[in-house]
Ligand binder design. Structure first.
Ligand SMILES: [Zn+2]
Length: 316
């Protein structure tokens, strides 16, 4: 019936621990590794909404978090409820794609081990910190048997987003690696078998699938959770309407922090994060709810690990 006619969609949650977010924004203070509001509030809040809307989701987890015993029970709960856990590197370094192959491999393997140790299953998907990727990273993913990567943000606004991040972080991450290259703006909007040397291009013989984070079809504007929380639901509704008209699928990304009451958490220096760090919890929760309702109405939502099966490899 109608459900089979809807374009496919994936809902993602980047579960960056507060320590990782703090590093991104260059904020000082405690690193919240053990008592982390992202896990203590963000995870249960997302799980409750996913249950209400009957949404299967994929959570991207940093191995450093999976190694914390206090967080492992929450990770197991995510799996028990039928969601997927994917690898988000071990130490969530910004500039990840510029690491050497040995370091990249060590990050991938250490995180796989940590997640396997926590939940008993091995991830088949990966997202780099900072939405960036490199030929070396994609080759290592293939070598280690990953099925998909979901690091690519097809936007022309990478340089602008980098400037904002630099401003928010007081220049601590004034690096080129975050948000990818201008050419990524030309990448397909649907999952595709990825050319490891030119990740914005398709290579139908590649064993690895890229599941790009969806941006608007024409201008390639990002509209993921934190941007929706800053710009409002109308921005998301407009882009979803275009996707539906063009029968395009969606990969929609939230962050664990989107459902944390930040006003109640004493993150030193958070006033620097401007509106994003200071939106009242009820307002954020309402926007996330509205987005989830919009996604369930318009897309047939699946776990990310089911994508590669549907992009069959040609006979050789
Ligand atoms: Zn992250």
């Amino acid at each position: 019936m109608e459900a089979t006619e809807k374009p496919r969609g994936c809902v993602h949650v980047d579960l960056d621990g507060l320590w990782a977010i703090r590093e991104c924004y260059g904020l000082p203070g405690n690193d919240f590794l053990v008592h982390d509001p992202i896990y203590e509030q963000g995870v249960p809040n997302f799980l409750a909404l996913f249950e209400r809307f009957q949404i299967p989701a994929t959570f991207f987890v940093a191995g450093r978090d999976a190694d914390v015993p206090e967080k492992q029970e929450q990770l197991r709960d995510i799996v028990r409820r039928g969601h997927e856990i994917a690898n988000h590197s071990y130490s969530h370094q910004i500039g990840f794609s510029r690491l050497g192959r040995t370091e990249i491999r060590a990050e991938l393997e250490r995180s796989q081990e940590a997640i396997r140790g926590a939940v008993g299953t091995t991830p088949v998907g990966f997202r780099a910190p900072g939405y960036d990727l490199s030929p070396a990273l994609l080759s290592e993913l293939i070598d280690l048997g990953f099925h998909y990567d979901s690091s690519l943000l097809p936007t022309f606004f990478g340089p602008a987003l980098r400037m904002i991040a630099r401003y928010l972080s007081g220049s601590l991450i004034a690096k080129r690696a975050q948000y990818g290259r201008l050419a990524y703006g030309r990448a397909p909007l649907q999952p595709y078998r990825v050319n490891t040397n030119r990740p914005w291009r398709e290579d139908t013989r590649s064993p690895l699938v890229e599941i790009p984070i969806t941006t608007s079809p024409l201008l390639r504007l990002p509209f993921h959770g934190s941007i929706a929380i800053t710009l409002g639901i109308k921005h998301v509704e407009r882009i979803v309407a275009v996707l539906i008209r063009r029968r395009l699928p969606i990969t929609y990304v939230f962050h664990g922090i989107d459902l944390v009451d930040l006003l109640g958490v004493n993150v030193a220096g958070k006033q620097k994060g401007g509106r994003f760090f200071n939106v009242p919890f009820d307002e954020k929760h309402r926007i996330v709810e509205e987005i989830l309702a919009l996604l369930t109405r318009n897309f047939s939502l699946v776990l990310s690990r089911s994508w590669p099966d549907r992009l069959s490899l040609p006979e050789i």
